[in-house]
Write a protein that binds this ligand. Structure first.
Ligand code: ZN
Length: 201
């Protein structure tokens, strides 16, 4: 009994020391789209588990999706190497050091996930996630934001107060422009019952 409590406490302490596990979800469909353009975790997350769901019907060979994370600058080379590696390697070059995290390929109705450490990520670096299936990267790319853990922020420190602008300072008064004068009777005649006597000119 006591030992169970002890184990629980120890594991809780370990969790606190190691940071937290965070979870992300994303789906890819038969239209070659992810359902999110941006994914974000903060630096309080020591590990991230990304779950990719293929929400479509098409088989992996025709409309496969994976989820690959690299620095933004590494995206194009990683995709090119993946296409060369071919379907037998899930369109990823094996041992590619540019890849921070990657799932396997899934087809319609399949799901997969990957868990990775955030220890390699740097706040402020630009990361992208994308699918390396040939031809997909153009539509299936999104921003992965690794942000500083949100400690109690100094509340709205910098936000300048919304000063009421001198509202009508510059607006020129709506002077009746002389050329706006429409031919006066044009509008009037439209609504005028036909029996009405035309006003004398
Ligand atoms: Zn894809």
């Amino acid at each position: 009994m006591f030992s169970k409590v002890l184990v629980l406490l120890l594991s809780m302490a370990a969790t606190l020391l190691q940071g937290k596990d965070c979870a992300l979800q994303i789906a890819g469909n038969d239209m070659m789209r992810f359902d999110k353009q941006v994914l974000q975790v903060d630096s309080a997350c020591s590990r991230v588990t990304l779950t990719l769901t293929h929400s479509g019907q098409l088989p992996k060979a025709a409309m496969g999706h994976n989820w690959v994370l690299t620095k933004a600058a590494d995206k194009d080379a990683t995709v090119a190497a993946g296409v060369t590696a071919g379907p037998q390697h899930g369109y990823l070059q094996q041992g590619d050091a540019r890849i921070i995290a990657a799932t396997g390929m899934v087809g319609g109705k399949e799901q997969t996930s990957v868990t990775f450490s955030t220890s390699k990520l740097k706040v402020g670096e630009k990361y992208l996630f994308f699918c390396t299936f040939p031809g997909h990267v153009g539509l299936m790319t999104g921003n992965f934001l690794f942000t500083a853990a949100s400690k109690a922020k100094p509340a709205d420190k910098a936000k300048p107060a919304n000063k009421a602008k001198p509202a009508d300072k510059a607006k020129p008064a709506n002077k009746a422009k002389p050329d706006e004068a429409k031919p006066a009777n044009e509008a009037a005649t439209k609504t005028m019952p036909s029996s009405a006597t035309p006003s004398p000119q």
